[in-house]
Design a protein around this ligand. Structure first.
Ligand SMILES: Nc1ncnc2c1ncn2[C@@H]1O[C@H](COP(=O)(O)OP(=O)(O)O)[C@@H](O)[C@H]1O
Ligand SMILES: [Mg+2]
Length: 209
């Protein structure tokens, strides 16, 4: 089993959106995925409540039970565990990074969001793990925003995923009805972006293996 911690100190950056989309992308690729929701707001678990399909498994647990939840996922033959976390959670974020093979850091392209990456970058370093920022909710047709964001991330010594995720209504709509973009609009651009992000992550996970 490979484990990805989805971390960022900012709320609303897309942690839950990307964790759920990546879990469904993994399931669609024939893998068994589990989402471990350690955010007390439990939004990933709420999505699961509104979902008809049985997979992926989503468990909502206190952060102190993370190791046990990961062990249970491993025993249940999960291929991929995604830890969805809360913002502003320094020691918990560190524990999640330490338990993970790779840290994914969703970030909106605003300068205040980009500046806040420093805290997460330090956590990744402290845990001795590899991590990358994925730019999320990017405005369409704004190459300057993309290049500025990449430069701002580079200051913190982190990579930026080559796939940036755009601001797309399909992401929000799909989650509202207990689905992801893959199920809501299989041929849409949101689905395409997540598929590319998933492929890129699979390559990263091979590297850290
Ligand atoms: N790429 C995107 N396009 C459109 N809406 C998005 C996108 N990413 C996130 N959102 C929306 O932004 C809000 C916050 O996202 P969420 O995944 O809950 O962030 P976090 O878990 O980091 O707090 C949600 O309403 C979600 O639907
Ligand atoms: Mg969330």
């Amino acid at each position: 089993m490979r484990t990805i911690a989805v971390l960022s100190q900012k709320g609303g950056s897309g942690k839950t959106t990307l964790a759920l989309h990546l879990a469904v992308a993994a399931e669609q690729a024939g893998k068994v995925a589990a989402v471990i929701d350690i955010d007390p707001q439990a939004s990933a678990a709420g999505w699961k409540d509104s979902r008809a399909a049985e997979t992926p498994v989503v468990v909502s647990i206190p952060a102190a039970r993370l190791a046990q939840a990961l062990e249970a996922a491993r025993s249940a033959a999960a291929d991929l565990a995604l830890i969805d976390s809360a913002p502003h959670s320094g020691d918990v974020a560190l524990a999640a990074a330490e338990a993970a093979d790779f840290v994914l850091i969703p970030c909106r392209p605003g300068i205040l969001d980009l500046r806040a990456i420093g805290a997460t970058a330090r956590i990744v370093k402290l845990a001795g793990k590899q991590g990358s920022v994925v730019l999320n909710a990017m405005p369409p047709n704004a190459p300057n925003v993309l290049s500025d964001a990449r430069a701002a991330v580079a200051v913190h010594g982190l990579d930026v995923a080559p796939v940036a995720v755009q601001q797309r209504a399909a992401f929000a709509h799909a989650l509202t009805v207990g689905k992801t973009a893959h199920e809501f609009d299989p041929k849409g651009k949101a689905t395409e972006e997540i598929s590319q992000l998933y492929q890129w992550l699979c390559g990263k996970l091979k590297d850290v293996a």
